[in-house]
Design a protein around this ligand. Structure first.
Ligand code: ATP
Ligand code: MG
Length: 584
């Protein structure tokens, strides 16, 4: 077992820094609890011995009352320790979850493309959950259990050194045996967890695809796959259950042997007249008392193994640094034009190293003008939009906004100035208001209504059952593609970026929604630089410039009017060809 101790200490120090007081209190409660636990059998022993010696009744009642009082104080302290432990643990791990989530949101798209949502969930939540007990309880409990064992052994050794040695040896052997049993069982449980993760992944994916699965008649096949998965899972589940049972039986067996030995030694010493009956009880009781620390230490060895893997993974995740960062950023100048010029200078780009998607793309769009971007599917139109929001970075060449390289703009400023409406708009399970403002509640209702009616969406809004408070379902269920686009427009309108990029939905919209979208587009582009990735020629009719991409290369760039009048241009042939065939 390889425990990254340095990383562990760093995490502990970092996330418990503000919790020092509560951690100290927790340690105090746990250690006091141990002290009481060891003191308890001593009282009972005293009681038994005095009762046997026919002690005064009042004294016996006094002893019993002390016992009950101590037991109650101990319970209260145990509850306090549990509450504190949970609260410190959650505070620390939630801070870690937050940091990890923020870190991951800042990572490059390349990372997100190669990491599935399920895997990310596991890394941000699963790993951290593994660390939860580790954070608070680990140190305190390991020390506490160690102290409890030592305390018990000293208490027994004071009665009789030989019995102390015997019980000490018994505790060590039991821990060693249990750890061995666990080590034997771990591969079975890892295999079982892997199957369970696979199953969860399968269910998640199929549930989100319910519509397609039913529409395409794939229900039987899906059920068959489910059956296969369950069948493969069963033996692993069975074996992992057996591991648990074996561990349980070994523990019971070891303690049965231990207590038999304790009682046997105790009774022979008593028969020899060396100890009192109260002391026999004491020996029995202390042996029994070892059950908890022995079990917990075994548990902690297991936790430690799990946590060490998690700590390594958390550290690796934090070590990932985004390649797209603010290293070259300068403080933004005060006089940035509200509608910047956009220039691509010999931009070459590839998602994966060996397959360039854009080749040597150059064009310049004056501030305030609108560019219609055309090209077959897969020609790289969306990629141009992603480069402009700096979700990716050109491999060669540069992109200039208002005459300055995009790298010089801090990312937060860039993303305020460039707005992108994507092909499939992401809607959240929240109200229309929250979807439009993206949860920014500083934006007033008036501003939202102004924005919506500015886009001619006021009428659409009145048709919604609860107006701005209408709840949208996640993933945009219950809302048409056109309406989703309209909402995305409203988002843009409120953010008021200087450059607006619209990646038109490639699905066909009904004529009424299309008209609404056209009006909204015109409003949105007023006094702004705009790039419209068009799937319909009707959309580009209002553009000042046209750029046609073909396999990632610029096939044609120019003023729309010039191109439309030039019979030699591709745009000219496009206008005359069957548009559906050319563009769809
Ligand atoms: P459409 O009209 O269908 O929207 P598009 O012109 O927008 O097409 P892009 O999405 O820019 O095309 O894709 C250009 C090329 O890059 C395609 O060959 C596509 O397979 C590839 N591509 C797009 N996104 C990625 C990605 N995240 N990782 C790897 N390759 C990608
Ligand atoms: Mg696209």
């Amino acid at each position: 077992m390889n425990i990254p101790l340095g990383d562990y200490l760093k995490l502990l120090r970092g996330y418990l820094r503000n919790e020092r007081g509560r951690v100290a209190l927790l340690a105090l409660l746990i250690i006091l609890g141990i002290f009481f636990e060891i003191a308890n059998p001593q009282l009972v022993r005293l009681f038994i011995d005095e009762a046997q010696a026919d002690a005064d009744y009042a004294r016996l009642v006094g002893l019993a009352a002390t016992f009950v009082g101590l037991a109650m104080v101990r319970q209260i302290m145990a509850v306090g320790a549990a509450v504190l432990g949970e609260s410190v643990g959650w505070t620390a791990t939630n801070a870690l979850r937050g940091d990890l989530a923020a870190h991951v949101l800042g990572l490059d798209m390349a990372f997100h493309n190669s990491t599935s949502p399920g895997a990310l969930n596991e890394r941000i939540d699963g790993d951290v959950t593994n660390l939860a007990t580790f954070f608070t309880q680990m140190v305190i409990k390991v020390i506490g259990n160690g102290l409890l064992m030592i305390g018990v052994l000293i208490a027994v050794a004071r009665v009789d050194a030989r019995v102390g040695l015997a019980i000490g040896a018994f505790a060590l052997i039991t821990i060693a045996v249990l750890v061995r049993v666990r080590t034997w069982g771990i591969p079975y449980q890892v295999a079982n967890r892997a199957r369970s993760a696979e199953f969860a992944g399968f269910i998640g994916e199929r549930l989100s695809g319910t519509e397609d699965i039913r529409a395409l008649g794939a229900v039987n096949h899906t059920m068959w796959q489910l059956d296969t998965l369950l069948r493969a899972w069963y033996p692993h589940n069975w074996r992992s259950g057996m591991v648990w049972l074996v561990t349980f039986f070994v523990t019971v067996l070891m303690f049965a042997v231990g207590i038999t030995v304790a009682l046997w030694v105790g009774s022979s010493l008593w028969q020899a007249g060396l100890i009192s009956i109260g002391t026999v009880y004491l020996i029995f009781s202390y042996t029994e008392m070892l059950r908890r620390p022995v079990n917990e230490i075994r548990q902690q060895v297991e936790d430690l193994q799990r946590a060490s893997a998690s700590i390594t993974r958390v550290r690796d995740l934090f070590a990932l640094k985004p390649a797209i960062n603010d290293d070259q950023a300068r403080p933004p100048g005060p006089s940035v034009p509200s509608a910047p010029t956009v220039a691509f200078c010999n931009v070459t780009f590839a998602y994966e190293d060996d397959a360039p998607v854009l080749h040597d793309v150059s064009f310049e769009l004056p501030g305030g003008a609108t560019l219609g971007l055309l090209g077959r599917t897969g020609s790289g139109k969306t990629t141009v939009a992603r480069l402009l929001t700096r979700l990716y970075e050109p491999k060669l060449g540069d992109i200039l906004l208002a005459g300055d390289s995009m790298r010089h703009l801090p990312l937060t400023v860039l993303r305020q100035r460039v707005g992108l409406v994507t092909q499939d708009v992401q809607l959240f399970n929240a109200s229309v208001r929250e979807n439009v403002t993206l949860f920014d509640d500083r934006i007033s209702d008036d501003a939202i209504m102004g924005g919506l009616s500015g886009l001619e969406l006021g009428e659409w809004l009145t048709r919604l059952p609860d107006g701005l408070e209408t709840r949208l379902k996640s993933g945009g269920a219950g809302i048409s593609a056109g309406e989703a686009q309209l909402l995305a427009f409203a988002r843009m309108f409120l953010r008021a970026p200087g450059l607006v990029i619209l990646d038109e939905a490639s699905s066909r919209l009904d004529p009424a929604t299309e008209r609404l979208l056209d009006v909204a587009t015109a409003r949105l582009l007023q006094n702004r630089t705009g790039i419209i990735i068009a799937h319909r020629l009707a959309t580009v009719q209002r553009c000042d410039y046209i750029l046609i991409l073909d396999h990632g290369r610029v096939l044609e760039f120019g003023r729309r009017l010039d191109l439309a009048l030039n019979p030699a241009s591709n745009f000219y042939s496009l206008l005359r060809a069957d548009l559906h065939e050319v563009l769809a």
